[in-house]
Design a protein around this ligand. Sequence first.
Ligand code: ADP
Ligand code: NI
Length: 263
Amino acid sequence: MALAYVSVGVAPRSVGKCGPERVALRAYFVLPGARALSYVYSTMETPMLIDHTAAFIREKFLHEGSGHDWEHIRRVWQVARALARDTPHADPLITELGALLHDVADWKFHDGDEQAGPRAARAWLLSQGVGEEVIGPVEAIIREISFKGLGVPTPMSTVEGELVQDADRLDAIGAIGVARAFAYGGHKGRPLHDPTVPPVQHDSFETYKKNMAPTINHFYEKLLHLQERLNTAAARRVAEGRQAFMEAFLQQFLREWEGEDVG
Ligand code: ADP
Ligand code: NI
C-alpha cells in the first residue's frame, strides 16, 4: 500500500506525499526516547473521523445566527483543504480537523474563556479515540487562530495553522465578511454605526475582548487589516478582490449615512 504521508516522531509533521490521493494510513516512526505513539489510522478510519467531526459540528452550528454558523465552518474547511493541497508538508488531517473545530467553543460566546475551544476539541477528539500527536496540534490551531487586537501579533506555530487562519480570515472579508460583521453586531445588539465613537487600536487581547463599539468600527479595528496579515500567497491573491469590495462598501455606506448621494 502506498503511503500518502508519513508523520515522524513526536512532532506530527508530514514529510512526504507519495501518492496522488490522500491515503489514510499514518505511519509513525518513533524516534529514540520518544514515547510510543498511540494509534495508526487504517484506510477506513481517517475519512470516517473527518466525516464524524463534520457531522458533529454541522449539528451543533446549523442554526447559529451570529455568522459563526455551519456554513462559515464549511467554507473555512473547503478553503483550508484547497490551500493544503498546494502546500508541501501540510498534514491534511490536522488541517481539516483544525478547520472543522476552530470555532467549536469560541471565547466570544464563552465569557471570554480562551481555553473553552481547545478543551472542547480535545474532548471530542478523545471521544473518537484520537491520539495526542493529533490533538496537540489541533488544540494549538484553536488557541492561536483568533484575531486579538490590531496591535497584537497572532503567529501560528504550524503550517497547518497558517492555512486554517488564512481560510478563517478570508471568510471575514469581502461580501461574506460584510454580512457576517453585521450578523454578529445584530446578535450582540450593537448599533450599525456611530460617527461619534472613533475606532481604536487594541494593544492587548483583554481590551479587544471588552470592545462594545458599533459594527462599522470593526472594519477599521480588524477587517481592513486582515489582508496584510495573511500567511500564504494564495490567500493574498483571493483577498485582493474581497478587500476592494469591502472598501467600496464602506465608502458607499458612509456616503449614504451622510446623504451625500441625495440631491
Ligand atoms: P476570529 O477568531 O479571528 O475572531 P471568527 O471565525 O471567530 O474569527 O469570526 C470573526 C468574525 O466575527 C469577524 O470577522 C466578524 O464577522 C465577527 N465579529 C467579531 N467581532 C465583531 C465585532 N466587534 N463587530 C462585528 N463583527 C464582529
Ligand atoms: Ni471562524
